[in-house]
Design a protein around this ligand. Structure first.
Ligand code: 6MZ
Length: 352
C-alpha cells in the first residue's frame, strides 16, 4: 500500500537495538566471527528465525547487544535507524534506548548516550530537529527536503537495580537540552518487580520528564493495576489485561502504544482479528500504531498501518486520521505539535 508509505506518520514506540537493519547485524556478526568472538553461522540462524516467543526475543536482544554495544556501532545504528524511519515519511520519532555501562570497554551510561547523539548528528539524508525551540528551514537548493523531529526516551531495563534506574533518570535530566524527553520501563516482563523502579519513576515525573511503561505483556494483573494507578503519560502494549484492568485503563484514558506485528510474532496475542486494537479504536481510546522493534520483527511503520488497514477494514481517511491523532500524545512541546499538524494538513490535500 503505497499511501501507507507516503503519508506522514508519528512513531512513539521504537527500541534502538530492536530496529537495526539485518544487513548491519550480519556485517557486525561477520566481523566478530572473524575475530573469533562469536560463531557467525549460529548468529545467522538466530537472526533469520521468523517467529519467536517473547522469551526468545529477549535472548535475541542479548545477542544483538553483543554485536552492537561499542561506541562507534551505537553511533552507526542510531544514524541508520533515524534515516530508515525518515525514508518512510515518519515526521516525528521518539526513539528509546537503554543506556548501558560496560567498564571493560570504557563505556558509561553517559558515553553510550553521547554515542547515540553523535549518530543522530551524523544523519545527512534528511533534516533533523531535536532542539526544543530551533525549527530549521528545510529546503536545500530550492527543493524541499524531508524533515524529521527526533526525541529520545531513556529506557530502564527490568533487570536493573533501583540505583541504576535512578542513574538513568539523572542522565535523562542532564541531557534534556539534547532532546531527551522521558523515561521508558521495558525489558523482559517476567523479570524483576516494578516496585524496584518506582522511586526512580516518581523522581522522573516530579522533575517533569514524561513516563511510558511497558504494561501487560504478560498477565500480571497486580502489576498492571499498580501501573495504571501510577498514571503514566502513555503505556506500551496493554495485551493481557483482565476486565477490571481494562475498565481502569479506559477510564484513566492513558494513551496506548499499539505494536501489532510484535504482539503477533511473540504470541502475546494469538491472532490479529482478536487484537485489542479493535476495542480501543471503537471506544475512541487514545492510541498510536508503532513498530516496537522493526528489525527484530521485520516490519516498518508503513507496514503496521497497512496491516491495520487490511486486518480491520479501515480506509485511507481513517488511517490518516489515526496517524494525525498520535500528535496529541507525543512528548514534545506545543510548537512541535503545531508544526506537525501543519505537515498533516498539507499532506491531506494530496490524499486522493
Ligand atoms: C519489552 C522490549 C521489547 O534499549 O538496547 N525491548 N522490552 N518488551 C518488548 N517487546 C518485544 N522490545 C525491546 O533496545 C533493546 C531493548 O529494548 C527492550 C529490551 O530491554 C531490549 O533489550 P535497547 O536500544
Amino acid at each position: 500500500m503505497e499511501w501507507c508509505v507516503s503519508m506522514p506518520k508519528v512513531e512513539l514506540h521504537a527500541h534502538l537495538n530492536g530496529s537495526v537493519r539485518n544487513s548491519t547485524l550480519f556485517e557486525l556478526a561477520r566481523v566478530l566471527g572473524e575475530k573469533g568472538v562469536i560463531v557467525f553461522s549460529d548468529v545467522e540462524n538466530v537472526i533469520m528465525k521468523d517467529d519467536r516467543t517473547l522469551h526468545e526475543v529477549f535472548k535475541l536482544f542479548d545477542l544483538i547487544h553483543i554485536l552492537t554495544t561499542d561506541h562507534s556501532t551505537i553511533t552507526r545504528i542510531t544514524k541508520e535507524v533515524i534515516e530508515d524511519f525518515a525514508s518512510e515519511n515518519v515526521v516525528y520519532l521518539e526513539l528509546r534506548t537503554t543506556p548501558k555501562r560496560n567498564d571493560s570497554i570504557g563505556m558509561s551510561k553517559r558515553s553510550y548516550m553521547d554515542a547515540v547523539m553523535e549518530g543522530f548528528r551524523a544523519v545527512s539524508s534528511v533534516d533533523v530537529d531535536y532542539c526544543p525551540t530551533g525549527l530549521k528551514i528545510d529546503t536545500v537548493n530550492g527543493t524541499t527536503r524531508k524533515k524529521i523531529y527526533v526525541r529520545f526516551l531513556l529506557s530502564i531495563d527490568r533487570r536493573e537495580s533501583t540505583e541504576a534506574a535512578m542513574e538513568t533518570v539523572k542522565l535523562a535530566l542532564e541531557m534534556r537540552d539534547l532532546g531527551v524527553v522521558g523515561i521508558d520501563l521495558s525489558g523482559n516482563p517476567i523479570v524483576g518487580n516494578w516496585a524496584t523502579f518506582l522511586p526512580a519513576l516518581k523522581f522522573a515525573r516530579e522533575q517533569g520528564l514524561y513516563i511510558t511503561l511497558h504494561c501487560g505483556e504478560v498477565p500480571n494483573q497486580e502489576e498492571i493495576k499498580a501501573m495504571i494507578e501510577f498514571l503514566p503519560h502513555r503505556i506500551g502494549h496493554a495485551c493481557c489485561f483482565d476486565m477490571e484492568n481494562w475498565r481502569r485503563l479506559k477510564s484513566a484514558k492513558i494513551p496506548v502504544e499499539i505494536c501489532l506485528t510484535s504482539n503477533i510474532r511473540t504470541e502475546t496475542i494469538s491472532s490479529i482479528d482478536i487484537h485489542h486494537f479493535v476495542d480501543l479504536y471503537k471506544a475512541k481510546h487514545p492510541l498510536a500504531l508503532c513498530t516496537d522493534d522493526f528489525g527484530v520483527f521485520s516490519t516498518s511503520l508503513s507496514g503496521e498501518y497497512g496491516l491495520a488497514a487490511s486486518a480491520f477494514s479501515l480506509g485511507k481517511t481513517e488511517m490518516f486520521q489515526l496517524a494525525e491523532n498520535a500528535i496529541d500524545f507525543i512528548f514534545a512541546d506545543d510548537g512541535v505539535k503545531e508544526d506537525l499538524r501543519a505537515t498533516f494538513e498539507a499532506a491531506v490535500e494530496k490524499l486522493d
